[in-house]
Design a protein around this ligand. Structure first.
Ligand code: NAD
Length: 495
């Protein structure tokens, strides 16, 4: 029998709405809920527990107790690995359900949720399960009567505050290495997209993670998120989201227990195309998908396209041709490649940037409108502006929506100056056939991720994070394991 289509499957889908606190599925103690709206049609999907300070305090205390009595931390590497692999198996078993929840919550195309978000979240879980017994300490250069060594010890309770653009995927970038190192976790999903995190909490219990080791507290950022970041039971906040909230988290840390903070705050990433680009069609695909993938709601979105003046007209035509194929459609239609924006607010933000860009004199060459209004959903066309000046708002501020600004340059020095003319430094790319220019460019670009002749061409094996105001701390790779650990130096005097 064929599996039901995504739209038919909704009627039998259980929509998770309860918090996972200390091993139990619970509502908020106050009974408060918030409406979880689907961007696909603007309708309320379900009502989700709106955790308040008291609920977060219970989750953090449960996580603390679990850490202190060692029920997870002290399990051997083999046992931890087996538990995380069981979790990955259960995520695989329920992958279709997770993809459907993700698409409903965020408006992303079901084909992306199926092919990208959920497989990557599962892959991340497996990768850290596999990595956790490959963390080695160090033996220092000790005198003959002393042995000095350094070990990585788990930090304790990790608060993970995650965004709505890749909800489960971003959650696992933090949850998997934090658990792999032996920590307990309190996960706070974004209020726009709580469902896959709640399902994850259920699956973790089914996989046999002890109570209190992974808690999930849905709720509003300014309530549940703030309470988590101010908690004296939390040793670190790992965050992905906006700059203003990142700044607040540092204040909360200063006001509470100096908990560690890691921040991934998005960017205004440039993609630089030199006239000797080895493959203009591939670069045009990368320019369009680099900014329009996931409706532009990507922290590494290539939202500034810098093109060498001599090829600008030809190249822009190619980019526009690719983008014309991205027609906003129903996220649950398996053929849709471009879905809805996550919320009415995010849609209105994008539309206001589009209006401002026009007022500032940039020339709109594609899109710019809200579409599919009759569905009640939040759809904005892929939009391209040419003739961007460095002081235009589109050249300076992160839109987090499907809006591309095009600038021209002449020569390497001007390209690098324009590319680096931003407070952000998450990702940058360049296209050239000249190996010297490629390597000099990779060195000159001030960004945590640099891609040459490709975009977003790396995976879990490489660190992910920003320079400058794009934040600090790294997700992915073995570096992320160390982020969730402290280094203890032990010296034993031999008598
Ligand atoms: P946000 O920073 O407000 O939300 C991200 C997370 O932080 C959510 O879980 C939210 O509930 C939580 N949060 C909000 N206020 C908080 C507070 N006071 N204390 C603790 N936690 C809090 O992001 P947003 O409002 O959803 O989106 C706004 C902008 O953020 C976007 O336009 C985009 O520029 C940026 N953003 C970046 C990323 C990224 O991947 N870097 C992801 C999502 C959003």
């Amino acid at each position: 029998m064929n599996a039901p289509s995504p739209i038919d499957a909704i009627s039998t889908l259980a929509l998770p709405g309860r918090a996972v606190i200390d091993g139990a599925l619970v509502g908020a103690a106050s009974g408060a809920t918030f409406d979880n709206v689907s961007p696909r049609d603007g309708k309320i999907l379900n009502r989700v527990a709106a955790c308040q300070a008291e609920d977060v305090a219970r989750a953090a205390a449960g996580a603390r107790a679990a850490f202190e009595d060692g029920r997870w931390r002290d399990q051997g590497p083999r046992a931890k690995k087996a538990a995380l692999f069981r979790l990955a198996e259960l995520m695989t078993r329920d992958a279709e359900e997770l993809a459907l929840l993700e698409s409903l919550d965020t408006g992303k195309p079901i084909r992306d949720a199926r092919a990208v978000d959920i497989p990557l979240a599962i892959g991340t879980t497996r990768w850290y399960a596999e990595a956790l017994d490959k963390v080695y300490g160090e033996v220092g250069a000790s005198p003959i009567d002393r042995l000095s060594y350094a070990v990585h010890e788990p930090l304790g309770v990790i608060g993970a505050i995650v965004p709505w653009n890749f909800p489960l995927h971003m959650a696992m970038w933090k949850v998997a290495p934090a658990l792999a190192m032996g920590n307990s976790v309190v996960l706070k999903p974004a209020e726009q997209s709580p469902m896959t995190a709640l399902k994850l909490g259920e699956l973790a219990l089914e996989a046999g993670l002890p109570a209190g080791v992974l808690n999930v507290v849905p709720g509003l950022g300014g309530v549940a998120g703030e309470a988590l970041a101010l908690s004296m039971d939390v040793d670190m906040i790992a965050f992905t989201g906006s700059g203003p909230v990142g700044r607040r988290l540092m204040e909360y840390s200063a006001r509470s227990n100096l908990k560690r903070i890691s921040l991934e705050l998005g960017g205004k990433s440039p993609q630089v195309v030199f006239a000797d680009c080895p493959d203009l069609d591939a670069a045009a695909q990368a320019a369009a998908w680099g900014v329009f993938y996931n409706q532009g709601e990507v922290c590494t979105a290539a939202s500034r396209l810098l093109v060498e003046a001599s090829i600008k007209e030809d190249f822009l035509e190619r980019v526009v041709a690719v983008a014309r194929g991205m027609v906003p459609g129903d996220p649950l239609d398996p053929d849709t490649v471009f879905g809805a924006m996550v919320s009415e607010r995010q849609m209105n933000t994008a539309l206001s940037y589009i209006a401002k860009a026009g007022e500032q004199g940039a020339r709109r060459v594609l899109g710019g409108e809200r579409v599919r209004r009759e569905t009640g959903g939040f759809y904005v066309e892929p939009t391209i502006f040419d003739g961007l000046e460095p002081d235009h708002v589109l050249a300076r501020e992160e839109v987090f929506g499907p809006v591309l600004g095009v600038q021209t340059f002449t020569g390497f020095d001007q390209a690098m100056a324009l590319a680096n003319d931003t407070v952000y430094g998450l990702a940058a790319g360049l296209w050239t056939a000249d190996v010297n220019r490629a390597l000099k460019g990779a060195r000159a670009l001030k960004a945590g991720l640099v891609w040459v002749n490709g975009w977003d061409a790396c995976d879990i094996t490489m660190p992910f994070g920003g320079f400058k105001q794009s934040g600090f701390g790294r997700d992915r790779s073995l570096h992320a394991l160390h982020k969730y650990a402290d280094l203890k130096s032990v010296s034993v005097t031999l008598r």
